[in-house]
Design a protein around this ligand. Structure first.
Ligand code: NDP
Length: 439
């Protein structure tokens, strides 16, 4: 904290993990002897760089670029790139730290990393996006590679941006290889990668509920966000017979009691890149509520009565008051598609009340797991069918749930998946670090 006092999100993420590790450290003194905690909180490498590009008016723009290669004990660094004005060293560091344990939990051979820029893609022309992505990659390309560090998308980085970055990488490296995941299906992508994080968060909810003899069928659900994760969460909820009634963006939210119109949402967000105010023009029975009209200090999405909630926008979007609103309205399940969407006080309440609570590093691991399946297909030059990849994704989410809940039970708190996920993920990384020596 003394060396980087402003990295609040990183300290929040690290504190949560370290708190969970107490019983493990007591049971296995070897982790203390090898100073695993002191080593794991320091990234192996942090790359900070300048990005110069020229906007449509011919003016020079300057942005900050980040890539944190946090831990490679289990495989090449793997984690997304985020383009959003709120990106700074602390945000990327928290995301990279979470990624280490999330990736370990998938059981696949991937290390943890994360990157991005404070560039704001909103309102930029397609040409500006392309020039920015090219400028970003003109520095990043020298640090990444299919066996070194394999970035993917995150907030503000979808298929379009991955395409422009891949084109620039290929030109500079003079190699056509699986250096990025989330690629187009026409040139190296994997079926289900686009859908994977949202689908995975719903599978995770399904397994948590099944364990208690419950299902999502016929149940009202709330979803926050309206980007990649939110859209495919809504899609999978419909597949399982649930009724998703909300979505949101940074300016406001939609309540559609008949169920969110998925095709309309996809058209507005994936094709036209419009705001949610457009949604109600096509669905007169739906309601748009701007952020200013939310009850003060709350997120309007979580004030809506529901059986299950799927936070799918951003960090710290669900606070203690929101958690209380959810519980008072009968919500029994929260499955996090976003990274660290619940504040520590909200997490504590969910754990204390023993609802089905799936923390992001377990519930949203389907995205990175399917990225690894994309890497496997690239390396073997074969393509699997949608059904094959979806079945593997569902099985991975089941395995993550089983691992987290069995570990939680082993340490005396059977319903506490925060404890279970943190201990199980950490243990895999720590054991690999010990076996690989002091490097
Ligand atoms: P997108 O850029 O596709 O969508 C992000 C959504 O969240 C948008 O609706 C956006 O609204 C909203 N949002 C972003 N910042 C804020 C904010 N400060 N306040 C309110 N709303 C906000 O990103 P993704 O769907 O890919 O990512 C969503 C979350 O899921 C992130 O936490 C990400 O780290 C996590 N995640 C994503 C994975 C993936 O595979 N894509 C994998 C694992 C986790 P607006 O358009 O108005 O900004």
């Amino acid at each position: 904290r003394r060396s980087s006092p402003s990295q609040t999100e990183f300290y929040q993420a690290a504190e949560e993990v370290l708190e969970s590790l107490r019983p493990l450290m007591t049971k296995y003194p070897k982790y203390r002897e090898h100073k695993i905690i002191e080593r794991v909180v320091e990234p192996e490498r942090q790359i900070l760089f300048r990005i110069n590009w020229v906007d449509d008016k011919g003016e020079i723009q300057v942005n900050k670029g980040f890539r944190i290669e946090f831990n490679s004990a289990l495989g090449p660094y793997k984690g997304g790139l985020r383009f959003h004005p709120s990106v700074n060293a602390g945000v990327i560091k928290f995301l990279g730290f979470e990624q280490i344990f999330k990736n370990a939990l998938t059981g696949l051979q991937i290390g943890g990393g994360k990157g991005g820029s404070d560039f704001d893609p909103k309102g930029k022309s397609d040409n500006e996006i392309m020039r920015f992505c090219q400028a970003f990659m003109s520095e990043l390309y020298r640090h990444i590679g299919p066996n070194t560090d394999v970035p993917a998308g995150d907030i503000g980085v979808g298929g379009r941006e991955i395409g422009y970055m891949f084109g620039m990488y290929k030109k500079l490296a003079n190699r056509y290889e699986g250096v990025l995941t989330g690629k187009s299906l026409k040139w190296g992508g994997s079926l289900v990668r686009t859908e994977a994080t949202g689908y995975g968060a719903v599978y995770f909810a399904k397994y948590m509920l099944e364990d208690r003899g419950e299902t999502l069928e016929g149940k009202k659900c709330v979803v926050s966000g309206s980007g990649n994760v939110a859209i495919y969460t809504i899609e999978k909820l419909y597949h399982l017979g649930a009724l998703p009634v909300t979505c949101s963006d940074s300016r406001g939210m939609i309540i559609d009691d008949e169920g969110i119109d998925l095709e309309l949402l996809k058209e507005l967000k994936e094709v036209k890149r419009e705001r949610l105010t457009e949604y109600v023009k096509h669905r007169p029975n739906a309601k748009y509520i701007p952020v200013e009209d939310y009850e003060s200090g709350t997120n309007g999405v979580y004030a809506v009565e529901c059986y299950a909630a799927f936070p799918s926008a951003t960090q710290n979007e669900l606070n203690l008051k929101d958690a209380q609103n959810l519980l008072n309205n009968g919500c029994v399940c929260v499955s996090e598609g976003a990274n660290m969407p619940s504040t520590p006080e909200a997490v504590d309440l969910f754990v204390e009340k023993k609802i089905c609570y799936g923390p992001g590093k377990a519930a949203n691991a389907g995205g990175v797991a399917t990225s690894q399946l994309e890497m496997a297909q690239n390396a073997s030059m074969v393509n699997w069918t949608f059904e094959e990849v979806d079945a593997k994704l569902a099985q991975i989410m089941k395995d993550i749930f089983d691992t987290a809940s069995q570990t939680a039970a082993e340490f005396g708190e059977p319903t506490n998946l925060v404890l279970g996920a943190n201990i199980a993920g950490f243990k895999k990384v720590a054991d690999a670090m010990i076996e690989q020596g002091l490097v």
